[in-house]
Design a binder for this molecule. Sequence first.
Ligand code: PMP
Length: 353
Amino acid sequence: MSKYLSPKLETVTPYTPGEQPQDQQYIKLNTNESPYLPSPAVVAAVSEHEVEKLRLYSDPACTDLLKTAAVHFGLQPDQIMPGNGSDENLFFALRAFCDETHPLAYADITYGCYSVWCELMHIPSHIIPLKEDFTLDPADYYGLNETIVIANPNAPTGLALPRSAIEGILKANPDNVVIVDEAYVDFGGESCVPLIDRYDNLLVVQTFSKSRQLAGARLGLAMGSASLIADLNRVKFSLNPYNINRLTLKAGQAALEDTVYFEKTRAAIVDTRAWTKQQLEARGFAVLDSRSNFLFASTQEKKGGELYQKLKKKGVLVRHFDAPRIENWLRITIGTPEQMQIFLNTLDKIMEE
Ligand code: PMP
């Protein structure tokens, strides 16, 4: 750190993303990307013609993408805002709805960026422990008088709350925004998008990174009442009006339109997840009931950190969090059936050692 860094930043611990090796030598099951290619419609949409147009700024209003998204989700365009990944939309939401005197409430085991953004923006964190079995008790969130963020399904556990449970939290916090981070909802969760017209304190955040094969394009959607979305646009237009590049706008629109490809790849992940879970359980692992594109698993026989290291040595990358309560667990992204077979074969070798 240089001597010029603002003292306010000295104490911020940046988020550590999962490893992103660039040489393709690993079976990569560590950052919940899709193992499948983007839809052929996406490849066609990002044409040479569009590449040539990169000399011009992108549409700051994201008009075409919003039209498509509004039809897709049954909302009005002014109820949606695209972001540079859902990370950006979540950050904008915290900037808009929290500050030094307006805390953010979230679970002790959840997406790590929430706490980092709180540190960065000097937002007090109200951390609410999950139960012993990693489930979330909705009653813990009633009447908090604080902005709330809930990843549903949660990461890294993969556990999901029914829509009715989130509705209870919305009703019990009418004067506060409840952000529902639905990064993994397409793999078996119940989306809260249908509640948007009934609860003006609901903000749903989705991403194209997991179920639409576009992690590298960086695209997410925030959805809520027109007034909440106007608040987010206030932040966006105060920071980076052209936050979504031209190619991503085209890619996102094509991905949303290709519902057949979306269904096919989503179903494949759900099937492979069920099979992998069975296989891990047959090997004595505890595996949570994931509604996401990853499994959270542990074994009594080896420590999480050791398993992670040994898998990596043998060419399989998974995610291990050296954090209280979950240090013995691994988060394993669901890949293709072939990748999962290699993962299991590798695991078997390690367990025999
Ligand atoms: N929310 C959760 C719960 C996540 O796990 C992730 C991915 N790491 C994100 C948001 C951010 O995803 P992206 O910025 O790629 O849309």
